[in-house]
Design a protein around this ligand. Sequence first.
Ligand SMILES: *Cc1c(COP(=O)(O)O)cnc(C)c1O
Length: 356
Amino acid sequence: MLASLDSLLASQQFILGPVVAALEDELSAWLGGVPVITCASGTDALLLALLALKIGHGDEVITSPFSFIATASVIALLGARPVFVDIDPVTFNLDPAALDAAITPRTRAILPVHLYGCPAVMDPILETARRHHLAVIEDAAQAIGAEYRGRQVGTLGKIGCFSFYPTKNLGAAGDGGMLTASDPELAHALRMLRVHGADQPYHHALLGINSRLDAMQAAILRLKLPHLAAWNEKRRQKARAYLDLFCARNLDRFLTVPQVPAECLPVWHQFVIRMPDRESVRQYLQSRGISTQVYYPIPLHLQPALARFGYRRGDFPQAELACREVLALPIYPELSQQHQEYIVDVICNFYDHSSS
Ligand SMILES: *Cc1c(COP(=O)(O)O)cnc(C)c1O
């Protein structure tokens, strides 16, 4: 690790350069050969995707109201309108059955999110997009390595967007992100857009931004990438262990455990359960030394920053309910079986005490 950083410091090639190019080749091979363009963050990946598709003022992009803010803020920042459709309450991903009703003559793209590392059900999304000549941009920030019908998510639509934020399944020691695009023209545009739209030094064919991956992050990601498949498999083992424990204790009387569609292979970025008394359970766990998280407490259509689009409480009831009920339990490759048993024991105790 220190050796590769040392040689990088000696080379003085801090931005893009051969280390970043090597990482892009390795990521491309890892994803099955699709061209990869790294950039400065997952948020920038989404922004660059919309820029490459020339989405802007007057355009509409359909997406999920149950995601991280970046999924929708980039649409709004470019002057386009995020058009939300409600989520499927089982998968937390956007409900394909709701898509048709959301399409207007201004719709340009559909932006599904593979939330918590579980693939969105892509076939009906891709089919709707094909019928209406819309681009599909995948927000795969939480889902590197997840598969839909045996294919890598982030390579199914026109453009895939990924994040190397430190807590993601493949995390850098700082910010980073990447895009995939199998269309060579789009891939070329994305490479230009991340360096101020330059096609050659100081000649700017497109209006772009500064969104380059730095070589330090690339060096670290190159060291971690060979372990990613094994780490994802470990997360799958931990998820199975949780599911077995919840089942053995009959906890499904009180709470809902994650369910994965048969055609999806998730990477368990998060393990999320849901229950009506989420806040009490969360406090109880906290008081016994177990930290949990809520992704996400406020649906995007009710975020103050997006108020200009005029959405109201009640517009997307499933997303709003999910915001009140979801709870992410600890999950990471090194999580021990004992700790998982302890966590499920504590949840059991909570319900034993509250029902007696
Ligand atoms: C993390 C994340 C992003 C943004 O990625 P950054 O690298 O933090 O900019 C976008 N969408 C989703 C769903 C994310 O989880």
